[in-house]
Design a protein around this ligand. Structure first.
Ligand code: BES
Ligand code: ZN
Ligand code: MN
Length: 502
């Protein structure tokens, strides 16, 4: 898939040398104005007649194709913007994603896209432009590289999109917004690519290679901690998960360095490239989904990519412990006791609760590096899916301020999250008779007891754990979301970092 080229112009909508012109019509508008009125004039009043006769209603998602008329395009697409009350930046991102796919389906080619019709006046033009760009680039995402037959790939292309600002004064701001939105969308699509790839083609070694290539391309530092080095560092909890696999584990460390000596923010992602459950093996049905168990690591790699491009004034440490969880002869057995790098011991009751084992060392490592706050992202538990479904991801944190920052960041990205309780009483469930802690606490409050284990490795450092197991994938195309791996929470992580940079 090649992305369409995005640009911004203040030129006259009908005079641009394009194949397709897009304008927006709100639901229930009596009178056409701005770009919609210009389209009406270019079609000798056809648009107004179609509205009068109920052929164009302006309902969200409606698209009507007209002849290009007196514009230079061969077609005009009139897109329904929906009810005025719902005209916000999130509605615009969603509408842009849906429309972009419709345009691809009609082989729209070079597109001039009016930016009038949404949130006009009330939203910063840069913020609106970013959302619109995210919608287009995320909405057009496809993972079709393994379809060898042309017929199985989507037909049609969107070659370029020129966003047409009605007012020349907003062009510069919109250009800044497009640059930011494109960086966020491309980073999200990069994370989606890593997560969608099957596990035989995305081993820890391959993830590490992608991290190194991305870092070299974007100007980040990248170090891979190999097994021998991880042994020297005492990462026994992380390494215990790799014991049953023939694939060498790779502990990825990425560094974005801003000027100054402030400690970095740490982003730590679970990188299980395939989760069979290990000795505590999973049932066969649906196990293929576990190729996505490195979505946390993918999100961290994606976030680091966008951060490298957007250059905030705060340093960021990206950590992604990667390994398979396999039931080979050397695999960890229930009852085994392992030691993390900070010296704490863990009794492994269930080898399928492996995410917290690799994050114990991932978080301990980031903390030892002096990073603060620590934010880990993981497809940790089926329990979070039971609690919150595919709508919101769970946030478990020891810090109210960090929660507020995550909420502000998610308000910008449009992602949905929810704070989970972390009462001290939940710790009772993970007390072990033989070690400092055990890695399962039974079915009740399953996402919380998982978080409670990780919290022990954050110590007194501000920390948040994002359990994305429910939202790691999407079941159908809608707006910026495309069936397959979601690429959440790349944009929220980046917004959190950018907000600290201001
Ligand atoms: N990777 C899974 C969690 C998961 C489930 C992610 C569904 C995405 C979709 C995790 O490693 C796991 O197996 N968790 C166990 C924990 C249990 C053994 C305490 C679970 O949720 O059942
Ligand atoms: Zn897992
Ligand atoms: Mn597991």
């Amino acid at each position: 898939m090649t992305n369409p080229e995005l640009s911004v112009t203040g030129a006259n909508l009908g005079q641009l040398d394009v194949d397709t012109v897009v304008c927006w019509v709100p639901e229930g508008s009596a009178r056409l104005s701005g770009h919609a009125a210009a389209v009406d004039r270019a079609t000798d009043g056809a648009l107004a007649l179609m509205i009068r006769d109920g052929l164009v209603t302006g309902r969200a998602g409606e698209t009507t194709v007209l002849h290009g008329g007196k514009t230079r395009a061969k077609r005009i697409v009139v897109a329904g913007a929906g009810k005025a009350e719902a005209f916000d930046v999130h509605a615009e991102r969603r509408a842009a994603g849906n429309l972009a796919r419709t345009l691809r389906g009609m082989d729209a080619g070079r597109v001039a896209w009016s930016t009038q019709g949404y949130a006009t006046g009330s939203v910063d033009p840069a913020v609106a432009a970013a959302a619109r760009s995210e919608g287009v680039l995320m909405g057009l995402y496809r993972f079709d590289k393994h379809h060898t037959k042309e017929a199985d790939r989507p037909r049609g292309t969107v070659i370029s999109v020129a966003f047409v600002e009605a007012n020349a004064r907003t062009v510069a701001a919109a250009q800044r917004g497009v640059a930011q939105g494109a960086a966020l969308a491309e980073a999200t699509n990069f994370a989606r690519d890593l997560s969608n790839e099957p596990a035989n083609l995305m081993t820890p070694t391959i993830v590490a290679t992608h991290a190194q290539e991305m870092a070299a391309r974007e100007g980040l530092e990248c170090t891979i901690i190999e097994r021998a080095e991880a042994e020297r560092l005492g990462m026994g909890s992380y390494l215990s998960v790799a014991n049953g696999s023939h694939q060498p584990p790779k502990f990825i460390v990425l560094r974005y360095k801003a000027r100054g000596s402030q400690p970095p923010i740490a982003l730590i992602g679970k990188g299980i490239t395939f989760d069979t459950g290990g000795t505590s093996i999973k049932p066969a049905a649906g196990m293929e989904r576990m190729k996505g168990d490195m979505s946390g690591a993918a999100a961290v790699l994606g976030a680091m990519m966008a951060i490298a491009r957007l250059k905030p004034s705060v340093s960021v440490l990206g950590v992604a412990p990667c390994t398979e969880n396999m039931p080979g002869g050397g695999a960890t057995k229930p009852g085994d006791v392992v030691y993390a790098m900070d010296g704490q011991s863990i009794e492994v009751i269930n080898t399928d609760a492996e995410g917290r084992l690799i994050l114990a060392d991932g978080v301990a490592y980031a903390r030892q590096q002096g990073a603060t706050p620590l934010i880990d992202v993981a497809t940790l538990t089926g329990a979070i899916n039971v609690a919150l479904g595919k709508v919101r991801y769970g946030v478990h944190t020891n810090n109210d301020g960090l929660m507020a920052e995550l909420e502000r960041a998610a308000e910008l990205s449009g992602e949905k999250l929810w704070r989970m309780p972390m009462d001290k009483e939940y710790e009772e469930q993970i007390k072990s008779d033989v070690a400092d802690v055990k890695n399962t606490g039974g079915a009740p409050a399953g996402s919380i007891t998982g978080a409670k284990l990780i919290e022990k490795f954050a110590g007194d450092t501000p920390w948040a754990h994002l359990d994305i197991a429910g939202v790691m994938d999407v079941e159908r195309d809608r707006g910026e979301w495309v069936k397959g791996m979601s690429g959440q929470p790349v944009r929220t992580l980046v917004h959190l970092v950018l907000n600290r940079s201001k």
